[in-house]
Design a protein around this ligand. Sequence first.
Ligand code: GDP
Ligand code: GDP
Length: 438
Amino acid sequence: MTLPIVAVIGRPNVGKSTLVNRLAKNRQAIVHDEPGITRDRVYRQAFWRTHDFLVVDTGGLVFNDNTEFLPLIREQAMTALSEASVAVFVVDGQLGPTTGDYEIGNWLRQQKVPVLLAVNKCESPEHGLIQAAQFWELGLGEPYPISGIHGNGTGEFLDKLILHLPSSNKMFDPEEINVSIVGRPNVGKSSLLNAFLGEKRAIVSPIAGTTRDVIDTIVERKGKVYRLVDTAGIRRKKNVEYGAEFFSINRAFKAIRRADVVLLVIDAIDGVTEQDIKLADRIIDEGRSAIIVVNKWDAVEKDAYTIYSYKKNVMNRLYFMEWANLIFISAKSGQRIEKIFPLVDIAVKEHRRRINTSIINEVLEEAIRWHSPPTTRQGKQGKIYYGTQVSNQPPTIVLFVNDPKRFNDNYRRYIEGQFRQQIGFSGTPIRLLWKGKK
Ligand code: GDP
Ligand code: GDP
């Protein structure tokens, strides 16, 4: 079977061959003589998750003085595109959009093949988003910040890329929802997992992770597939001679990184501990959505008000996570555990949500009207020009302002609060990037 082809396109020096080398790792360059494949280019075999594909570097697209493609090169690129399942258009994030990029972009938009825009040389995560945001102007959809040299962002990018490869080749489904169950030892993580699996309601299938030696557990509810990430490691724990601390922190951190949604399990008897706070901090640093799951609710003596005061206590301790939904369960009796799934769905949806620039700016205008930005001691006032959402998972909004230093924490929290009040984002952290004029 011929493997699907990914064509890499862009001006010279943007980092195409660096990216191709990264994708193909040390796999041999191959020259195919299968029908339908052009012979005069070098194809490299690559894979991501369970997809195998060929990558072809089309060579730099060069322009003459009239910013027209040189005809021969255009022809080559055309041929490469005609056989590709998806094109990766690589641009230079440090340089910003150039005339050449616009030319290639215009031309690509007329082609039938789906195009993914890779903004290369974006080594810094925060700055990278801003660098990438400039390329929305090319009109080719979301620009993905990556670094071909260091690998930042390439995983996420490849997850998007494989969505465009033929499905016969597809075993890993990126539409699955990755759910990680994390918490201190003994809070009831394994019990919760077992309760999810229950009898017959769940499909249990061990799937070896492609990049790491982990086993995930798949459960299905209402036709949706949830991948319980890395929980096998947690289950295995008891037979292994590592310290509990090693698992509670390292494994949990890894599981958080892989999650769409984290279930932060808290022991109702102990309440929120320092370790729980550490995990919550990490969830926010990683920009994951989360649900606070208070387990062992059966073991708490309670009256009609307990749940409210308990909830208040938890949220006081985890005030920086006030966006997260909270649920009280018993893994032992099964109480309310099925109610976790709808909360997961909401968190995922909000985590992936995209908001129109016009709505963002309406919220900003309204917020500023109620409370104008602060004035520094030197009498300089902050000004917000406009905002735009530059990415999701988690929703990230860049605010273009005159000078970020003029906005204190209070005002920043106020603006974030306004976004939450007006737009929601229940269950997910959001990021606001305050960007000054150069
Ligand atoms: P190509 O002509 O598009 O194939 O570009 P190359 O892969 O040969 O890279 C061109 C230049 O950009 C080289 O000097 C690379 O070292 C540099 N480069 C490539 N990728 C990155 C990256 O991710 N970050 C940075 N900072 N430089 C890069
Ligand atoms: P893990 O270390 O987080 O995986 O925790 P386990 O699932 O192994 O549970 C630790 C202990 O808490 C076990 O003795 C469980 O029986 C108990 N446990 C777990 N969930 C519940 C619950 O909902 N209620 C009560 N009362 N005990 C529970």
